[in-house]
Design a binder for this molecule. Structure first.
Ligand SMILES: Nc1ncnc2c1ncn2[C@@H]1O[C@H](COP(=O)(O)OP(=O)(O)O)[C@@H](O)[C@H]1O
Ligand SMILES: [Mg+2]
Length: 414
């Protein structure tokens, strides 16, 4: 149980932390890419401006000054293009030219493809008339830019993974530390219940013996006193059963698995049917069984007997005169299913989740002597869980209930 809570804690912690790291990395990447693009754009604009300054406007045509060598201006991964005011290409220099048409309104153009290129368009104005005479478009390969971003991605991704691993380790230590006091106090509570019920055993035994002793000599005590002693003895029996149940609940999960061996469920159930037949007959209840031959599972024989007898007892107890209680077993795959079905009073839908709770009973006013103390199903549930199994219940108020136990099967002799 605590293991599950711990994993749950750790998982939610890691999910939250990972999302925070992700958001952080995303923000860093966006800001970085943005400023890098801006930087490139600024650089290209500067180149474009100086290229624009080196052209002349002669007889309506754009002419590059003779002493200007564009190759001096641009690096090997950059290119220059000149356009007339209509957007027709006049001349170009360099490899990484944009093939996109010139869009005077759009200063920055990005061409995707095998070789991504960014271009910046700068208008050329005649220095005398201040008239638009053409455009110069400077472009640069984005390969380097992409490489830088890729490096950043790797750095951020690696950083996130390392941080997550480290924080996972830290989280394991932290959750362990946080859960320890809770686990300890839970264990103490359990130990207390076990100790208290254990300590109650001997005084209860003493009361029982002393109450039953006078009953063996009815002549020496009056019938009135005999009745009183009888009441004391039966109340003591009730209390003894209750303390035994509490002790069982506090101790069941301590049963070590290696003490288990292969058990024949069929024969356990056959014996129980024989045991409860007289009680069923006394209440005119038809106790039927349909048992699959030789169903085996690993477990503790006394505990499993207890589990099934609790279910059968309930079925008989909460079924009225003339009803039917049916016990069925099946094996599906590696699971053994034991079904205890009755045509009894049933359980209200709003109560169905509560039946396995400790001390819960539908009829709280019912006297002590009818039925148990409300621990029967809680014990059955704990035993089933300790055997890697599960109990489910379906019921219809007034028509009956069906308790279904599933347990992992075993191959004979293992
Ligand atoms: N077969 C059943 N039919 C109807 N109600 C049931 C049945 N089994 C259990 N219940 C309800 O669940 C409650 C808890 O059962 P259990 O834990 O065995 O306690 P107890 O039998 O001591 O009352 C019962 O008091 C009863 O209200
Ligand atoms: Mg019961």
């Amino acid at each position: 149980m605590f293991q599950r809570i711990r994993y749950h804690f750790l998982l939610s912690y890691l999910v939250i932390f990972a999302s925070l790291l992700g958001i952080f990395a995303l923000a860093v990447r966006i800001v970085f890419a943005h400023s890098l693009t801006e930087q490139i754009t600024d650089k290209l604009i500067a180149i474009g401006k100086s290229a624009a300054a080196n052209v002349e406007f002669e007889a309506g045509r754009l002419k590059i000054e003779s002493d200007f060598h564009p190759q001096d201006l641009i690096a090997h991964h950059q290119a220059l293009q000149w356009f007339d005011p209509q957007g027709n290409l006049i001349i170009q220099q360099g490899q990484t030219v944009l093939t996109l048409p010139l869009l005077p309104k759009k200063m920055v153009q990005i061409q995707t493809g095998k070789l991504p290129i960014q271009g910046v368009t700068v208008p050329i104005n005649d220095s005398d008339s201040n008239q638009l005479v053409g455009y110069v478009r400077v472009s640069q390969s984005l390969e380097e830019f992409n490489e830088t971003l890729e490096k950043l991605d790797w750095g951020l991704g690696g950083g996130i993974i390392v941080t997550l691993v480290l924080s996972g380790i830290g989280g394991i230590l932290l959750t362990r530390q946080a859960m320890q006091p809770i686990e300890e106090s839970f264990q103490r509570l359990k130990q207390f219940t076990a100790d208290a019920s254990h300590e109650l055993r001997s005084p209860l035994m003493a009361i029982k013996i002393n109450a039953e002793l006078p009953l063996e000599y009815p002549d020496e005590i009056g019938p009135k006193d005999a009745e009183k002693f009888q009441a004391i003895a039966s109340a003591t029996n009730q209390m003894t059963r209750l303390t035994e149940d509490l002790l069982l609940l506090a101790r069941t999960d301590k049963v070590p698995n290696r003490d288990w061996y292969s058990l024949n469920v069929t024969s356990i159930l056959e014996n129980l049917v024989l045991l409860y037949k007289p009680q069923a007959q006394a209440n005119q209840i038809n106790l039927i069984s349909h048992l699959t031959e030789n169903l085996y599972l690993m477990g503790d024989s006394a505990q499993l007997t207890r589990l099934f007898s609790n279910l059968i007892e309930n079925a008989l107890h909460y079924t009225l005169l003339g009803g039917i209680v049916e016990i069925k077993t099946t094996r599906v795959g590696s699971q053994v299913y034991v079904k205890v079905q009755d045509t009894g009073v049933g359980i209200a839908p709003e109560h169905i989740d509560k039946v396995f709770e400790r001390f819960w009973r539908a009829d709280k006013s019912r006297s002590y002597n009818s039925g148990g103390s409300g621990l029967g199903l809680a014990i059955a549930q704990v035993i089933a869980q300790n055997h890697g199994g599960l109990i489910t219940v379906t019921s219809q108020l007034g028509f009956g209930s069906c308790f279904n136990v599933s347990l992992p099967a075993s191959i004979r002799g293992r």
